[in-house]
Design a protein around this ligand. Structure first.
Ligand code: BGC
Length: 283
């Protein structure tokens, strides 16, 4: 895998992504930066054609598209706000016009609007819940409708469709000062599991990924200075920050038939952040 395009300082080994998604059509929401960008590029490397959804930043989205196309697969940038029902409907119409169908949805778009609870505005609350949770509902519903319409195409995949819900360690770890964000991620856990249970009989697989601290624009304050990075490492037993590629590699596996019996699971990719690191020496 080419790690030279990662946002900064990746120490990951260069690995070649297995081309096990050839012919599949993938939609990644919020794919113009951070984790979504990494996932979109890796799915392209695995042979999928990729729709790069974004809401602001045409140039960044087009750059991701160019990156993916260089690998020889098809890619397009599709602008849409995932919290809007109309825009999600049009997003899937354009996706299907462009690619004919959708096999893989990575519901990734997410944001933070942090505030102490007593200061938190309804707008901050609604924005986070709207994009992070309602956005996943709307996109998953549209994808499920298409999976059910099309069914299994054995030459493409042994199941009728895959959804990967991008969650967070904060679906488990309470996070003061970020109640809206943690609530949205807790909601994603239950959305993912309830949906996985409901659609598994149709051979549709729904799973989640819970990233820990990943080097992306959403959390620059947590890793940009040496002091902040050292503080962060107290929460990460594995001793390094995650890179978008760490999440991308997990997403490629979850989207592929190699994980065919994995249904309704959250894969934590967090360097051990959820292992209560404080208890390594305390308690
Ligand atoms: C948040 C980051 C945070 C990480 C670990 C992620 O879900 O978006 O801001 O650094 O969780 O706390």
């Amino acid at each position: 895998m080419n790690t030279s395009s990662s946002e900064s300082g990746s120490v990951l080994p260069k690995l070649t992504i297995p081309r096990n998604l050839i012919g599949q059509k993938a939609l990644v929401t919020g794919a113009n930066s951070g984790i979504g960008r990494g996932v979109a590029i890796a799915l392209g490397e695995a042979g999928a054609d990729v729709a790069v959804n974004y809401v602001v930043g045409d140039d960044a989205a087009n750059a991701v598209v160019d990156d993916i196309r260089r690998g020889g697969v098809h890619a397009v940038a599709l602008k849409a706000d995932v919290s809007s029902e109309d825009q999600v409907a049009s997003l899937f119409e354009r996706m299907i016009q462009e690619f004919g169908t959708v096999d893989i949805l990575v519901a990734n778009a997410g944001l933070q609007r942090d505030a102490a609870f007593r200061e938190m505005t309804l707008e901050q609350w609604n924005t986070v819940l709207g994009v992070n949770l309602t956005g996943q509902f709307l996109c998953a519903r549209a994808a499920i409708r298409e999976f059910l319409r099309r069914g299994v195409v054995p030459s493409i995949s042994c199941c009728a469709g895959k959804i990967i819900c991008m969650s967070s360690v904060h679906q488990e770890i309470p996070w003061g000062g970020h109640a809206n964000y943690a609530t949205s991620k807790g909601g994603i856990k239950m959305l993912m599991e309830s949906l996985a249970q409901e659609v598994a009989p149709h051979r549709i697989r729904v799973n989640g990924i819970a990233p820990g601290a990943i080097r992306t624009p959403i959390n620059t304050a947590a890793w940009q200075t040496k002091e902040a990075y050292e503080q962060l490492m107290k929460l990460v037993p594995y001793g390094r920050i995650g890179e978008p590629e760490d999440i991308a590699r997990a997403a490629v596996w979850l989207a592929s038939d190699y994980s065919d019996y994995v249904v309704g699971t959250t894969l934590f990719v967090d360097g051990g952040m959820t292992l209560f690191p404080g208890f390594a020496t305390g308690g």
